[in-house]
Design a binder for this molecule. Structure first.
Ligand code: NDP
Length: 476
């Protein structure tokens, strides 16, 4: 398997100016399998200036039809290389291969959606008070920086880059240091599909060096970020200096609310994967479960039984559902939360230990009767840990749901339509699903309330977010 190992700038792979490299570790074996060039601020300047050149000299003015054709071709080439992309993802972040294949397919679908969206995207005509004629234009911004995390490296890179490119911008993509490979592959494949040189630059390197240089570069007009709330805040501060546009998709502590009138057996059977999928490293993980007291005991019993059947292990095997955590540091963070829960005498109904002697594995862990004051209930753990507690009263439960500083996603299980709609209205969250655990749809806006973020990825909302809105009045 070819493993990308250099920056992708101006349509070609090359070393960074400083010749720095980052070692790659397979989290399933703890073994190193190579290294990747790391950019520094000088590489950022060169890549951004040349992306700006590509924007001014061609991409900005390309007809929408031609832009659409190129993005369709990118979708096709991603699909043709789905297996390579999936293998890379499994190797460098330990993602189970079945999920990695789905996510490579999702990346292709994202490009296909935005290729088609270009023809549907435009301004409005408005009836204005002064008579005359008023219309709006949606214009590209210029060069956009997309800074992405390691938990869903390829899909998130695609769902930031594709709408930005579709709207007529050039993109500099910075993958996380733990997961640069599929972003580099995306740069190479998109170029092979016909994306002109410089339109999509890929710069692996550290957040402190590359991320901050992007967030402060005067030719970057927008920073689109997914990652921790702490770094999101930092990016907002840096971007404020020259009023760059920002969109932020940050952390979450999503609720999973199960009423006694629901098909709670189905909820219990399916909810483990709503929190343990991707080994819990998911900003939408349903990590706080509110279960109505009348069904609490049988629900927990059934949830634990379903959890015990999950297949944890070698991510290259097609039947594996949970691979390792991404790094030793991430596992240490999660184990810190488990130690804290033990110190507070929290009841472990399942898991809590390392499950393999090699690799950064942890068992899926079910904490029950959890007090809302505890750290594990309040903070984003980003690992395979769920907290479950009973509730008696809908109003008080909703107060507790909304007490979180986050508001990204969540599920509501009930067969009472009026209750479902009442609860949907009451929960402070950018994304919700009723009787399901879905959060992401290519066609629909995705993002958070409160400290879960600002702006929206996906759907037509993302494309709007990569444009400036211009209003024009024409006198009659
Ligand atoms: P970070 O927020 O640190 O990283 C996300 C991206 O931002 C990476 O590309 C990172 O680069 C980059 N970055 C880091 N620091 C800066 C900076 N100062 N300026 C610009 N870019 C920067 O997430 P972590 O990887 O450290 O994960 C920590 C926690 O964040 C997790 O435990 C989880 O709680 C949360 N998280 C949430 C995600 C989500 O989907 N909402 C995704 C990932 C993490 P580099 O990798 O080089 O540091």
């Amino acid at each position: 398997m070819t493993i990308p190992s250099q920056l992708f700038v101006d349509g070609a792979a090359r070393e960074g100016v400083s010749n720095h490299r980052t070692t790659l570790i397979n989290p399933a074996t703890e073994e190193s399998f190579g290294s990747v060039a790391a950019a520094d601020p000088m590489d950022v300047s060169q890549a951004v200036e040349s992306a700006h050149g590509a924007w001014v000299s061609g991409w900005r003015d390309l007809s929408p039809g031609k832009r659409g054709e190129i993005l369709y071709a990118v979708a096709r080439v991603l699909r043709e290389n789905q297996e390579w992309l999936a293998q890379l993802e499994t190797l460098h972040i330990g993602k189970p291969i079945a999920d990695a294949r789905d996510e490579a397919g999702l990346g292709a679908r994202v490009f296909q959606f935005y290729a088609g969206a270009i023809a549907q995207f435009g301004g409005q005509t408005l009836p204005v008070g002064r008579g005359g004629f008023d219309f709006t234009l949606r214009q590209p911004m210029g060069v956009v920086a997309c800074i992405v995390p390691w938990n869903f490296p390829l899909p998130i890179a695609c769902w930031k880059a594709a709408p930005a490119l579709a709207a007529g911008n050039c993109v500099v993509l910075k993958p996380a240091s733990l997961s640069p490979l599929t972003a580099l592959a995306l740069g190479e494949l998109a170029h092979r599909a016909g994306l002109p040189s410089g339109v999509l630059q890929v710069l692996p390197g550290s957040g402190a060096a590359v991320g901050e240089a992007l967030a402060t570069h005067p030719l970057i007009r927008k920073v689109s970020f997914t990652g921790s709330t702490e770094v999101g805040r930092r990016i907002m501060e840096l971007a404020a200096r020259d009023v760059k546009r920002v969109s932020l998709e940050l952390g979450g502590k999503s609720p999973n609310i199960v009423f006694a009138d629901a098909d709670w057996q189905r909820a219990a059977d399916t909810s483990p994967m709503s929190v343990f999928a991707n080994t819990g490293q998911d900003c939408c993980a349903r990590s706080r479960m509110f279960v109505e007291r009348a069904i609490y005991e049988p629900f927990v019993e059934r949830f634990v039984a379903a959890t015990s059947k999950l297949v944890v292990g070698d991510p290259t095997r097609p039947e594996t559902q949970l691979g390792p955590l991404v790094s030793a540091a991430q596992r240490a963070t999660v184990e810190g939360y488990l130690a804290d829960a033990r110190a507070n005498s929290t009841r472990f109904a399942f898991g809590g230990k390392r499950s393999q002697s090699k690799g950064f594995y942890l068992e899926p862990t079910v904490l029950v009767d959890v007090d809302p004051g505890q750290r594990c209930w309040r903070e984003e753990i980003f690992g395979p840990v769920v907290c479950i507690a009973p509730f008696d009263d809908e109003k008080r439960m909703l107060q507790e749901v909304n007490a979180s500083p986050y508001g990204l996603s969540g599920s509501i299980w009930t067969n009472d339509l009026r209750r479902a709609l009442r609860v949907v209205r009451a929960v402070d969250s950018g994304v919700l699903s009723i009787n399901s655990h879905s959060s992401v749809h290519v066609e629909a806006p995705f993002g958070g309330f409160k400290q879960s973020g600002l702006g929206r990825d996906l759907g037509m909302a993302a494309m709007e977010g990569y444009t400036e809105l211009k209003n024009v009045y024409v006198a009659e």
